[in-house]
Unconditional design. Sequence first.
Lengths: 268, 268
Amino acid sequence: MADHVFDRAIALTPLAHGSYQGQTSPAYANMVGPYGGITAAQMLNAVLLHPQRLGDPVSFTVNFCAPVADGAFVLQARALRTNRSTQHWLVEMLQDGQAVASATAVTALRRPTWGVDDTPMPACPAPADCPVSDAEAPFEFAKRFELRSIVGDWPAVWDGRGDNSLTQVWLRDQPPRALDFASLASIADMFFPRIFLRRATLVPIGTVSMTVYFHASAEHLVQTGDGYLLGQSYAHAFRNGFFDQSSQLWNGAGVLLATSHQVVYYKQ
Amino acid sequence: MADHVFDRAIALTPLAHGSYQGQTSPAYANMVGPYGGITAAQMLNAVLLHPQRLGDPVSFTVNFCAPVADGAFVLQARALRTNRSTQHWLVEMLQDGQAVASATAVTALRRPTWGVDDTPMPACPAPADCPVSDAEAPFEFAKRFELRSIVGDWPAVWDGRGDNSLTQVWLRDQPPRALDFASLASIADMFFPRIFLRRATLVPIGTVSMTVYFHASAEHLVQTGDGYLLGQSYAHAFRNGFFDQSSQLWNGAGVLLATSHQVVYYKQ
């Protein structure tokens, strides 16, 4: 698995004092700069690799402060607080000494409790019965994912006639790769901007902040393996240059692995 | 308005270098320590008061790292990055030099654009037709809010028979106070833990991380004044000691003012 393009993209070299060096990956290039999901995965990886880490990710917020330039970056990860079973992290991504992204993460030792999924997986046709989508095909990073569209695919006609923001899609890494926390963080950003769908119009956009809540345990990730995830995403409001979108990711067995939310800048 | 209990609770005294001193408010006490929403509002206020602030809040994430002790705290606010129309903030709340909470915020100059609310306000009876709720009545902070229950009120019987996690409620400050960004951040935390409703069982809980996306402009806040907000909240998953809950807040005119998400620790 270390040879997988995703593992090469998020690889970090330890520096002193909880810092790491990494570099942007041409394989995950977006129109300008890297795909936000790979930046998120790189930042989470600074926590995952950190020798002081306690437990697995529960919550992760990344703020995209400025365009990430192609090339090297430094990640500074700091445990702000370590409790008995939870830990709070701050991560900064620096280029030329300037913050280009910041992140906070909560990790925890999770124990079995009463539990229930209150948002059941929507009834959907099987992946093999859904057409392979070329959504976001012009962008290099999109070749790193297999998407099988159910509803709300990348518009075929840009006629300004969109009427809702709901996408449902089967998706996984391309080539397939066993799911882990870092790739789940990346995939959480793999829903194209809701405004493209809602308006059937392309406008300049950029994600400003994304939060991922991990409901999956390490065992759920192992059970999921490299199988398809069912993803769902929709917006609540578009107004004065910013919109939000909320997403859910289930594995094929119907276990809700992660919920994610982001706010996105748009122009016009 | 400066005499309102909320304003006194979030009042901060400037120290050097973008730091502020504040203190917990007995008026917003929870079972142990302060109500999380007032902690969030205090932290956001360190950004709102900061002389370098650019624009209004768009996104705000607060991580509750450790119990906040009754008494004084220091807030350190730092602009990590200032762009032409957006700004990224880091705020730490310290007691005895230790982080008890951290927050990131994005502020922005917002400009009129195309827009639409994609999640319409649910059809609900008017506030006057909804019974005043004594949800969370045992806790001092709950007296600072007027709640008028529509569905999913604080369970009357704790018999373990809950079957869903949806609450809809009219709410506003008590006594009424004109809405602003700080009070909207506080109110976003004013939905009692979904697990109490879903299980009709009281278990130990604690919010770990909360994110608020502000869809409201300053003008929407003025239009809202001290009127009721319609709040809605529900969970997606409860598993292995953590659950999430997502909330929406509309004003009486049906404008979606904020969406909010949080992840909460629970025991048992």
